[in-house]
Design a protein around this ligand. Structure first.
Ligand code: ATP
Ligand code: MG
Length: 234
C-alpha cells in the first residue's frame, strides 16, 4: 500500500512554563492510501491535536508531516489553506457550517466540482436529513448540524477524511449508517479515513487501531479481519 502521510517526531506544546501541556510528545506514524485508521485514547491524550496537525489546521512545534512526499508542516498559511481545500475532509465535534447557506447549499459547495445535485440529495438522505435541505443551520439541532457536516465531507472530493468522534452526537442507527458510509469510502473509493472514537467496539472496523496516551502512541494494532460496520454493536 502507498503511504499518504508520514509523520515523524511530531511535537506540540500548548501554553508555557508551569502551564505548558505537551499535547503531542514525539509521534511517529505512517498512514496508507485507502486505509481505515482508528484512533483511541482517553480524554486529553492528544487525539484531536494530532488530527488537526494532519489536516493542516494547526502547525507542530517540531517534527514533520509529509503528504505524498511533500512536507506540509512548514507551509505558509495560504499554502496550508490550499492543502486543506484540495485534500482534506473534516468531520468535527464542532461543525463549521456556513450560517448564510441552507443545508443543501452547505453540502453543494463541497460537491462543487461537479455541481452534482443528485450527490447532494443522496448524501443528505443518507445521513437522514433530506427533509431539512432548505433550512439554515441555526434552525437545526446540534446532531442535525453534525449530520450536515458529515454529508459535506462525504460529498466532497478529498482523499483524506479526518473524523473526530463522528458518531458522538448521533443516535445509534444514524451513527451506524455514518460508519457504514465511511467504510464504503475507504474500501470502495480508496479514501483514507481516520476516525477518533472513545468506543472500543467501533475500533473493530479499523484496518489498524492506534492507542494514544499523554501525547504518545502506546500501540498500533493491525486487524487482519476488520469487522464490517454493519455488524458492529456498541
Ligand atoms: N488550544 C489549546 N490550548 C491549550 N491547551 C490545549 C489546546 N488544545 C488542546 N490542549 C490540551 O492538549 C491536550 C490534548 O488535547 P486534545 O484535544 O488533543 O485531546 P483529545 O485526546 O482529543 O481529548 P478528547 O477525547 O477529550 O477530545 C489536553 O491536555 C488539552 O487540554
Ligand atoms: Mg478531542
Amino acid at each position: 500500500m502507498d503511504k499518504i502521510l508520514e509523520v515523524r517526531n511530531l511535537h506540540k506544546t500548548y501554553g508555557s512554563n508551569e502551564n505548558a501541556v505537551k499535547a503531542l510528545d514525539g509521534i511517529d506514524l505512517d498512514v496508507f492510501e485507502g486505509e481505515l485508521l482508528i484512533v483511541l485514547g482517553s480524554s486529553g491524550s492528544g487525539k484531536s491535536t494530532l488530527l488537526n496537525m494532519l489536516g493542516g489546521m494547526d502547525k507542530p512545534d517540531d517534527g514533520s508531516i509529509c503528504f505524498r512526499g511533500r512536507e506540509i508542516s512548514k507551509l505558509n498559511d495560504r499554502e496550508l489553506t490550499n492543502y486543506r481545500k484540495d485534500n482534506i475532509g473534516f468531520i468535527f465535534q464542532a461543525f463549521n457550517l456556513i450560517g448564510e447557506l441552507t443545508v443543501y447549499e452547505n453540502v453543494l459547495i463541497a460537491a462543487n466540482i461537479k455541481k452534482n445535485s443528485q450527490i447532494v440529495e443522496k448524501t443528505l438522505e443518507l445521513v437522514g436529513i433530506g427533509d431539512k435541505k432548505d433550512k439554515y443551520p441555526s434552525r437545526l439541532s446540534g446532531g442535525e448540524q453534525q449530520r450536515v457536516a458529515i454529508a459535506r465531507a462525504i460529498a466532497g472530493s478529498a482523499d483524506i477524511l479526518l473524523c473526530d468522534e463522528p458518531t458522538g452526537a448521533l443516535d445509534y442507527e444514524t451513527g451506524k449508517q455514518i460508519l457504514i458510509q465511511l467504510e464504503i469510502l475507504a474500501k470502495k473509493y480508496n479514501k483514507t479515513v481516520v476516525i477518533v472514537t472513545h468506543t472500543k467496539e467501533i475500533a473493530e472496523m479499523g484496518d489498524r487501531v492506534i492507542k494514544m496516551k499523554d501525547g504518545h502512541i502506546l500501540s498500533i494494532k493491525e486487524n487482519v479481519n476488520p469487522v464490517s460496520a454493519n455488524d458492529l454493536e456498541w
